[in-house]
Design a binder for this molecule. Structure first.
Ligand SMILES: Nc1ncnc2c1ncn2[C@@H]1O[C@H](COP(=O)(O)OP(=O)(O)O)[C@@H](O)[C@H]1O
Ligand SMILES: [Mg+2]
Length: 291
């Protein structure tokens, strides 16, 4: 078996995975996305041995391109590019969840300032605005009224660029001072945390405090459905954010395809890197399984 770890920086998570592989005596080839040079027109030359790529790339665009190219060479990639494609874009994720009947916050996309104001009126203020491609709570905003929305829209549209032209607006879910993050490995929910914060944005990157919680059958069932909705099956490693709505119960907020787990090992008591490595090795031993 040949194992490649694709990355853009060796952070705590990548270090934990590499250490876990080393402990088991498994060689891993580290590939920095910036160093990849891929001949897209060369005929595929199948590896003599099963080749598995674990994508830990921080850049969505680079991950998508490199993983897709490796797939054409016959490499089994976790996550598959199709899953990364959907999870890396909140608009695509929302549509995939809706198509599969998985509950998520009401969301409206608009493509102009006028459209966004109309969308916010339909949702009712406050509204939440998010970049379609983003993470760590960056540029996620709560807009309490039309004045605030107009100010943000003026900036977005004046800054220009294709990313600012798609405006993703969502109802503000009246959740308690926390959200839920669940870790789904190969379609099974292995662990979950609550992220507590006095701020409505609860990402641990923004100061949210992680606390382990049990994986209830309800949580597991919903996470499995969300994972399937974004195309994730046996070959997927996903972290799912959920919001507790006082009336509707759990809503899936987003699905992350390059999960961070450094704050969730001690808090859950689950050896998350160990579970990921177990799963990767299991996939490597059955590389022809369909995605
Ligand atoms: N519609 C919403 N209502 C209430 N809180 C939200 C909503 N959307 C996001 N949040 C809060 O903001 C955080 C970041 O939003 P998220 O969609 O997960 O973006 P990111 O990719 O930046 O993590 C969530 O973990 C949650 O705490
Ligand atoms: Mg999130």
């Amino acid at each position: 078996m040949r194992l490649t770890l694709l990355h853009t920086r060796v952070r705590v998570e990548e270090r934990l995975l590499i250490d876990e592989l080393e402990r088991r005596g498994i060689a891993v080839e580290l590939v920095h996305a910036d160093e990849a040079v891929l001949d897209l027109t060369a005929p595929p030359t199948p590896d003599a041995e099963p080749h598995v790529l674990l994508d830990r790339c921080l850049s969505h665009a680079k991950a998508l391109a490199v993983v897709r190219a490796y797939e054409s060479m016959g490499t089994v990639c976790l996550n598959p590019s199709a899953v990364t494609h959907v999870c890396g874009d909140k608009l695509l994720t929302t549509l995939a969840l809706t198509d599969a009947g998985v509950p998520s916050p009401r969301t409206i996309a608009a493509f102009s300032a006028e459209g966004a104001i109309r969308a916010a009126e339909l949702l009712g203020y406050p509204v939440v605005i998010k970049p379609c491609v983003g993470s760590w709570g960056r540029m996620v905003g709560r807009l309490n009224d039309r004045d605030a929305l107009e100010a943000v829209l003026e900036h977005k549209l004046a800054l220009g660029g294709p990313h600012h032209g798609v405006i993703y607006l969502q109802e503000l879910v009246r959740k308690p001072d926390r959200d839920i993050r669940a870790f789904v490995v190969g379609g099974h929910t292995i662990a979950a945390i609550m992220r507590h914060s006095t701020h409505w944005i609860t990402n641990t990157a923004r100061g949210g405090r992680a606390q382990g919680m049990p994986v209830t059958p309800e949580l597991d069932g919903l996470c499995q459905r969300a994972a399937r909705a974004v195309g994730g099956g046996e070959h997927s490693l996903l972290a799912i954010d959920l919001l507790e709505d006082p009336v509707r119960g759990l809503l899936v907020c987003e699905v992350n395809s390059t999960m961070e787990f450094r704050n969730s090992i001690d808090t859950t008591g689950v050896d998350i890197p160990g579970c990921i490595v177990d799963h990767v090795l299991q996939i490597a031993s059955t590389p022809v399984a369909t995605v």
